[in-house]
Design a protein around this ligand. Sequence first.
Ligand SMILES: C[S@@+](CC[C@H](N)C(=O)[O-])C[C@H]1O[C@@H](n2cnc3c(N)ncnc32)[C@H](O)[C@@H]1O
Length: 195
Amino acid sequence: MRKDAGSSIPRKGSGRTFQLESVMDALAPIYPVMQKYGVTLSPKEFHRVVNLVFHKAESAVYDIVHRCMWESLPQQYELLMTDYERAGGLLKNGLVLLDVGCGTGLASELLLRNRLRRWVAEVDLLDTSPEMLQQAKRRAEMWCVKANILQGTVESLRNGTRKYDIIVICSVLHHIPDLTGFLHEIQIFNLMVEF
Ligand SMILES: C[S@@+](CC[C@H](N)C(=O)[O-])C[C@H]1O[C@@H](n2cnc3c(N)ncnc32)[C@H](O)[C@@H]1O
């Protein structure tokens, strides 16, 4: 394995920024595994690769293992919609949705079964895993909205000009070591709900 620049396992208080330290804290549980198997990648790169390998394997069984979501997620969407309407929220035609870490497209599919569906025109399906995206692509062919398949992270949307009306991030945050940076990214590139 290639040894990346800065690949050594960092120690706290070594003068790095707070943000980097919090990422390293989040990755700390994998250090013993890396040491045990002599991994020479940086912790961040190792996490990225494990993430890809894990989701490649999981893509084949994801929908079966997570079948409970077919019941739980529609209930959550319904609660959110009801809250939004009670708060006087307005809806308009042509909404564009971003599903970050879309996996097999399950969360978007269930959202499109909600009454919100009639306002949605387009869905961007974003994921780092090509195998998950393959499943999502197949699933989206059955939808009556335009679906775009995007491989990458929110950082890869940085240079785009697209704004989103709805952003779904379902069952993904536990895969993100740098949560602050991730949420910041969504904000600074103006991927905000715009009603
Ligand atoms: C547990 S699955 C959730 C799938 C889907 N959102 C759902 O609710 O069924 C997590 C997904 O997030 C993707 N993922 C992990 N880290 C990511 C990142 N940094 N950016 C985009 N997708 C990521 C994985 O490849 C995987 O498909």
